[in-house]
Design a protein around this ligand. Structure first.
Ligand code: ACO
Length: 428
């Protein structure tokens, strides 16, 4: 018998089973041996939306939702922000350690050399209507890279994977900047040399070298959004990647998942909500509507964080720092009042609903000069580092197979197709 185990009695048959417990987990596949009869397929675990299912082992990101802890490769997020750049953190995510000077120089060069986009992809972005959906533009443009780098399909080759990781990390900065410029009706720009990752993106977006305070804030936001273990878009990345699909199409799928208002799209939804509320005195009325179930308070609540989202704490502080330089935004006052009132209200307290990473991030992006519709693109730019690291970990994990959940079939039992009385009429 294993050191830790779970004894199960199947009351349908009276049979007893011992299931091994390790890391506080049983293997769902072990339930398969529990059968009501010989021809039974075996017991399944029903877990809609994966509320209690570990889909992988990972060494990348640690979250303690009750204590409000987020660590990348063991390092607390609070210590990484301000001390290290996003590109260093991307290296940390991928390799497990922060780079030394030489390693960082090599890493930066390996990425920087891929920043030029194929001209046809720039053309593609220019073909989108300026009023289009920026996340659809980004997903389409990322997916289109698959046509230009067909070697990316050799996903079993570690060297090929690393090359695509370098390329995607570089090109997502250029693509995000050019999507922004398309929204503004502006022509594409060229990258300048000698800037940081965040700085290169901002320079391409605004066609000028950014102010240090703006670059620093952008860099901090990139780090805070870089990875968050098995969230919806990362699960999409792993799920799609498990079919050995190339990283361009896989990343495009993750971008689609991120775009939804319950996930990354919440940062834009927060701005729209704050604009809709308009002023501090209208906050209580909005909160009342939320409590009556008419709406959700966007930027509040999280599947894992049931105390507070540590990223939200840092971002709130960052918002104050940015607004000191850029001048205040009246929407910040509405946001602060909304947070104050919600955190005192039993509806939110009893459901453990706190501001999440998206509550203040959209406000900062706006202060940096981006329209609300760009907020989720900036989230995707940051999260690409995490998605690619999780994809790499997936590729190295010998336990992983194609992701393929089961279902409980509730449709009709077998039946015969009715016999037609006359021959079918061809559609005109
Ligand atoms: N506003 C009002 N009520 C809420 C909110 C909210 N933002 N979030 C959850 N609740 C309530 C639900 O109505 C439910 O109440 P009930 O028990 O009376 O039915 C209870 O809290 C539990 O909610 P669930 O939907 O079961 O929580 P879940 O873990 O599935 O959802 C989610 C998490 C999607 C983040 C949710 O809190 C939400 O919709 N938040 C708003 C959107 C948002 O900010 N998303 C960004 C999340 S962070 C990220 O993805 C980067």
């Amino acid at each position: 018998m294993p050191d830790e185990s779970l004894s199960i009695t199947d009351n349908r048959t009276g049979k007893q089973y011992e299931l091994a417990v390790s890391d506080g987990t049983i293997r769902a596949i072990e339930l398969r041996q529990i059968k009501a009869s010989e021809d039974d397929f075996g017991l399944m675990a029903y877990d809609p939306s994966f509320l209690n299912t570990a889909s992988c082992r990972s060494t990348i990101t640690y979250i303690d939702g009750d204590k409000g802890i987020l660590r990348y490769r063991g390092y607390p997020i609070e210590q990484l922000v301000g001390e290290h750049s996003h590109l260093e953190v991307a290296y940390l995510l991928l390799y497990g350690e922060l780079p030394n000077e030489a390693e960082f120089r090599q890493w930066s060069d390996d990425i920087r050399k891929h920043i030029e986009l194929p001209p046809a992809v720039l053309q593609l972005i220019r073909s989108f209507p300026p009023g289009g959906f920026p996340m659809a533009m980004l997903a389409t443009a990322v997916a289109s890279l698959s046509n230009f780098y067909p070697e990316g399909r050799s996903v079993l080759d570690p060297q090929v994977r690393l090359l695509q990781i370098h390329r995607l990390l570089a090109q997502v900065t250029a693509l995000s900047a050019q999507v922004f410029r398309r929204l503004q009706g502006l022509p594409p720009t060229q990258p300048a040399r000698g800037l940081s990752y965040a700085g290169t993106f901002l320079q391409m977006a605004f066609d000028q070298v950014p102010e240090p305070v703006v670059e620093k804030a952008m860099d901090a936001l990139l780090i805070l959004h870089a990875d968050h273990e098995q969230n919806c878009s990362t699960s999409a990345m792993r799920g799609v990647g498990s079919s050995q699909c190339d990283p361009y199409l896989t990343t495009a799928a993750a971008i689609g998942a991120l775009s939804g208002p319950l996930h990354g799209g919440a940062n834009e939804a927060v701005i729209r909500m704050l604009e809709g509320i308009g002023s501090k005195d209208r906050v209580p009325g909005h909160v009342q509507r939320v409590k009556e179930g008419e709406l959700r308070l966007m930027g509040f609540g999280h599947r894992i964080y049931k105390n507070y989202d540590p990223r939200a704490k840092i971002i709130k502080q960052l918002a104050h720092e940015v607004f000191e330089v850029t001048g205040s935004d009246p929407l910040l006052d509405v946001a602060l009042e909304l947070e104050r009132i919600a955190l005192q209200d039993d509806y939110f307290i009893s459901r453990k609903l706190y501001p999440n990473v998206d509550f203040y991030s959209g406000l900062i992006y706006q202060a940096l000069g981006f329209p609300p519709s760009m907020s989720t693109v900036l989230f995707a730019l940051a999260r690409t580092a995490g998605w690619l690291t999780q994809w790499e970990e997936l590729a190295r994990d010998r336990e992983q197979k194609i992701a393929r959940p089961r279902q409980i079939y509730e449709g009709p039992p077998v039946r015969d197709v009715p016999v037609r009385k006359s021959s079918p009429v061809a559609p005109s």
